[in-house]
Design a protein around this ligand. Structure first.
Ligand SMILES: NC(=O)c1ccc[n+]([C@@H]2O[C@H](COP(=O)([O-])OP(=O)(O)OC[C@H]3O[C@@H](n4cnc5c(N)ncnc54)[C@H](OP(=O)(O)O)[C@@H]3O)[C@@H](O)[C@H]2O)c1
Length: 334
């Protein structure tokens, strides 16, 4: 089969198309003939060598949608031919509260979805909503479940809440915007680009400010008023600023640290303002099912930034490295 294989870490050029053996399903597994995959920032961290537990060579990719082409022993063979979406949270574990110690994410250490075929446990497949294209379905899994858990399960955003979502161009952030709006919240966004803020407004955002303006917290407070919830995936100075932005009693769901650590955390703001800090990672199987259900016939649709053929994965990564995207970057697999 054709697959993008990472043999050494580095720039986008390290992602090369190769001929690889087609995978065979083990006990309880299925093989999926992929029609589309999608990028997540995790893939870029792995490619750059900035992710824990890197094993090489590896076929990257957590997101995928396709058709079941083979079933291993213990799996109902009538599933062959079914159109499915993959839940990339492997071995979440027994508790909905947090993942167990066997938890891992498809695409490292297991070979991922930048390929014509991938093997996954049969319990990690879910029927593809039939009104979604394969490109749309592949855009959803990792970012969709991360946004769902942060917005719904952890921050419990409800009607009337004022929510700030940072870095709205990001894959997770665009899903968070759609989900928070669907729940009846007022939503404000930050971005490095005015154009992306304009695009967020067309998706229902109520306002925004660019984080490149050093007064962005003041500007956004003037527009948003009391902020009940911040959904942040940037960490670093963005997390720090969120503690100023939040009103007393507010909550922050934090799912990423693109900017790295917070260098001088003024803890006083957390206790004096009675803030709640909610860490959030991926989501349980129940989160995943509930999230996919939001993409019903008349429901949400993922925001797709661009679609590249699989063999141009390096170009797709370059776009993510340059932060040019608004929403999800998809890889179409012929
Ligand atoms: N814990 C988990 O389960 C989990 C799951 C998914 C992702 N993550 C992590 O979450 C982060 C985002 O992931 P993703 O896949 O959505 O990434 P992505 O699509 O590459 O988006 C990253 C976004 O970060 C924003 N950003 C950059 N500098 C910023 C700043 N100073 N303040 C606020 N935002 C800033 C940019 O927004 P603009 O383009 O609008 O400027 C950029 O588009 C990554 O660090 C990823 O590793 C964690």
């Amino acid at each position: 089969m054709k697959a993008i294989v990472l043999r050494s870490t580095g720039g986008p050029e390290t992602l090369a198309l190769e001929e690889m053996p087609e995978p065979v399903p083990g006990v309880g597994e299925v093989v999926v003939r992929l029609k589309a995959a999608a990028l997540n920032h995790r893939d870029a961290w792995i490619r750059m060598g900035k992710y824990a537990g890197i094993v090489l060579p590896i076929i990257p990719g957590s997101d995928g949608a396709g058709v079941i082409s083979a079933a291993g022993s213990g799996v109902d063979a009538s599933l062959i031919g079914h159109e499915i979406v993959i839940n990339p949270a492997l071995e979440w574990g027994a508790s909905a509260r947090c993942q167990g110690d066997q938890f891992r994410i498809l695409g490292l250490p297991d070979n991922g979805t930048y390929a014509e075929y991938v093997t996954v446990p049969a319990r990690n497949i879910i029927p593809k909503p039939k009104w979604l294209s394969f490109d749309e379905a592949a855009a959803i899994p990792l970012a969709g479940v991360t946004a769902y858990r942060a917005v719904v399960t952890r921050a419990q955003v409800k009607e009337g809440d004022t929510v700030v979502i940072t870095g709205i161009g990001g894959g997770v952030a665009t899903f968070a915007l759609l989900m928070a709006k669907q729940r009846g919240a007022r939503v404000f966004v930050t971005s490095g680009s005015e154009e992306k803020i304009e695009r967020a407004l067309t998706l229902g955002a109520d306002g925004g400010a660019t984080y490149k303006d050093e007064n962005w917290v003041k500007l956004l407070t003037a527009k948003a008023g009391c902020v009940d919830v911040v959904i942040d995936g940037a960490g670093g100075t963005s997390f720090d600023a969120a503690l100023d932005l939040l009103s007393p009693g507010g909550r922050i769901a934090i799912y990423g640290a693109t900017l790295g650590p917070v260098h001088e955390l003024q803890v006083r703001r957390i206790f004096w303002k009675q803030l709640t800090v909610l860490g959030s990672t991926m989501g349980s199987p129940e989160d995943f099912e509930n999230m996919i259900a939001l993409f019903g016939k008349d429901g949400l649709r993922p925001v797709i930034d661009s679609v590249y053929p699989l063999e141009r994965a390096a170009e797709a990564h370059r776009r993510m490295d340059l932060q040019e995207q608004f929403g999800k970057i998809v890889l179409a697999i012929a």
